[in-house]
Design a protein around this ligand. Structure first.
Ligand code: NAD
Length: 251
């Protein structure tokens, strides 16, 4: 696994237990050379770590994820990737790996959020004229905004309506913005404290509204989902999969 010193890395080590074969951190991490799981010393040598593993779990940074995918590609190594805020170049490195190996990529590994993706799609399909908004709240250390999960929810709403998300999205509002355009899908970000992750999809109709919300109270749900995905993905044909595939949910 990658990033053992991180918030998610620690949760993955806890969830994976004796399945952890190797742990890779940045060369300057104080954890390198120390024991992070039973019989496992953290290393910065990703090649050796990948060679010792059937699959790797990655909750790091976009640069860390890109580097790992590039190292894993010639090794045809299965992967479970949870890093968010990925740019086009990172997605290209993942796509190259997915040509040769099975890769699960998900902005959220919890059962609840993946169920919610289906619920919001259903609501969006049934309520095409209602104003859809997504609000997300996370801890004050989170680097990317909006959260990958908020974007996945917003994309599910767009997909339920059969519209191109990039044409209807509104990520920030400020100043004299005028009336809200029909069909817009808004995403708003709140940052503070130690909030693990909260997402609400709002559908505003005339004189009524629906709120579909998910609140995570422990990172253990993401770690357990990632370990479940790792056990599922080994031996699958090459390709890019998501958590809906792992859970067998049809949104
Ligand atoms: P964090 O900052 O606590 O941890 C990041 C870790 O990555 C650190 O240990 C760091 O040393 C390590 N790292 C950075 N570059 C590396 C590299 N090149 N090689 C190896 N390790 C490297 O962050 P976090 O809160 O654990 O979140 C990590 C990522 O996971 C974020 O993108 C976050 O949004 C995402 N996340 C996803 C889910 C999900 O379910 N998909 C859930 C929570 C967080």
């Amino acid at each position: 696994m990658l990033g053992p010193s991180g918030r998610m890395g620690r949760a993955v080590i806890e969830a994976a237990g004796s399945h952890v074969a190797a742990a890779v951190d940045r060369p300057d991490s104080p954890l390198v050379g120390t024991q992070v799981a039973e019989g496992v010393l953290a290393t910065h040598d990703i090649g050796t770590a990948l060679d010792a593993s059937d699959v790797y779990i990655d909750f790091t940074t976009p640069a860390g994820t890109r580097g790992a995918a590039i190292a894993a590609t010639p090794r045809r190594k299965a992967a479970v990737i949870g890093t968010t805020g990925l740019a086009a170049a990172d997605d290209e490195a993942i796509a190259a790996l997915a040509q040769l190996a099975p890769v699960v990529v998900a902005a959220n590994f919890s059962v609840g959020v993946n169920l919610l993706l289906g619920l919001v799609k259903q609501a969006a399909r049934a309520l095409p004229d209602w104003d859809a908004e997504v609000v997300e709240t996370h801890h004050n250390k989170k680097r990317d905004a909006p959260s990958g999960t908020a974007l996945a929810i917003a994309r599910s709403i767009a997909s339920g309506r059969g519209v191109d998300y990039d044409r209807v999205k509104r990520h920030t509002r400020d100043g004299d913005i005028g009336p809200r355009p029909a069909g817009e899908i808004g995403v708003s970000t709140v940052r503070g404290g130690d909030v693990i992750g909260e997402h609400t999809a709002f559908f505003f109709g005339p004189a009524e509204r629906i709120e579909i919300a998910h609140r995570a109270t422990s990172r253990a749900i993401f770690a357990a989902g990632a370990v479940r995905a790792a056990l599922w993905v080994v031996g699958k044909p090459p390709g890019r999969y998501d958590m809906l595939d792992v859970l067998g949910f049809t949104p």
